[in-house]
Design a protein around this ligand. Sequence first.
Ligand code: PHE
Length: 452
Amino acid sequence: MVDNSKRATFGGKLSAVLVSAGGAVGLGNIWRFPYVAGENGGGAFLVLYIVCAILIGLPIMLGEFSIGRQTKSNPVGAFRSLNKSWRYFGYNCIVTSFLILGFYSVVSGWTIEYTVHSVTGEITRHASAGEHAAFFSSFIENPWKPVVYTSIAMLLTHTVIALGVRKGIERCSKILMPVLLLMLAVLAVRSLTMPGGAEGVKFFLMPDFSKVTARTLLDAMGQAFFSLSIGLGTMVTYASYFNEKTNLRTTAVNVTVIDTLVAVLAGLVIFPAVFSAGIEPSAGSSLVFITLPGIFASMPLGMVWSSLFFLLLTVAALTSVISLHEVVTVYIAEEWHMSRKAATRLATLSVIAVGSLASLSLGVMKHWTIFGKTIFDALDYVTANIMLPLGGLMTAIFVGVVIDRRVLHDQLTNFGKLQCHQERTVRFLLRYVCPIMLALIFIDNLGLLKWI
Ligand code: PHE
């Protein structure tokens, strides 16, 4: 049995919000959301996204917060202590977090590399789009550079985790999250004042309901789910450090609002710049690592903007990596009875090993494939498409149906000290709405709803 009496807790109300928002805000907000929104009807997609965040994101986050604070334990301990046979879904959380770390740490390494090259002026030295594309592929395919940067990302994360819950994670989030919001605001103002930038805002936010189909709804659900980092125990783990005064409802609402705000601001940074440069917006990593550097290169003070942008991306990525690392570390420490220090070390080294393989699979190990995918793509595919929605589905059923009703009641009301008028609604969403929506995401991700 785990002794929770000496468990760390976060300080004030703000800490719970900033730490959880740090886990949620990540690369998904900065490059994925703006592009998916732009392609799917802009403002219309944003409306659907908000509806999905409220209908699936909020209730599951509240469910995770509830089991985390109730049990004050890592995800395996949390599921097990509420129902022994559900402990396997706790393991699903740990494995998913570890596997996501395997490729997320690599991309975090790229963001650090791009920050360094922005500061040295290397990025803005290239002129044509072709040069930027060549620079990016020669970098990710290089046999040792990305491995070094993945290790740097993990060593930075290691330092924060090793400092502990309060001095490491809490302090770091309290500094980095406001810095991230400030950087985003500065970049948005710069981008919005570029000539022709208004076209970009139009592309991104103008509601075009004619583009909304069942597919758009599925995309919005998937994005809300990934962006809010639910379904893999990060929120269970963080909530296990919340103090007894933390109001779970206001915390979950604030985290959702910050996460959405960052996604919208990121769109206001990216699209005005892209349209001002007269470029067709492209998808994912090529937008961030190829198109944008090209635009920075042609801007006055491009070096400054490029450095600021990649630093922003690094901060967003690292706070998510920290949340994933903490899930794995606290599991090892509590379940394998190791000191936090030893657990942190073991987690860091294992992630560097898997991250290096994932990184090399984009270059020298390209031919090692799993079901036709490189290790990097396989990790991304299996976690985001299968394990995450499965974890979310099980969490909704677990909190809504399996465990004693009192757990949700006690946690939402802080053991009767707060009034909660939404308890029935939350329970209804967890029991019926979330399972149906998540099952749809899951089936769709397996490629079974292609006809929509
Ligand atoms: N929410 C993160 C993002 O938007 C991704 C993530 C998912 C991070 C799950 C941790 C856990 O990029």
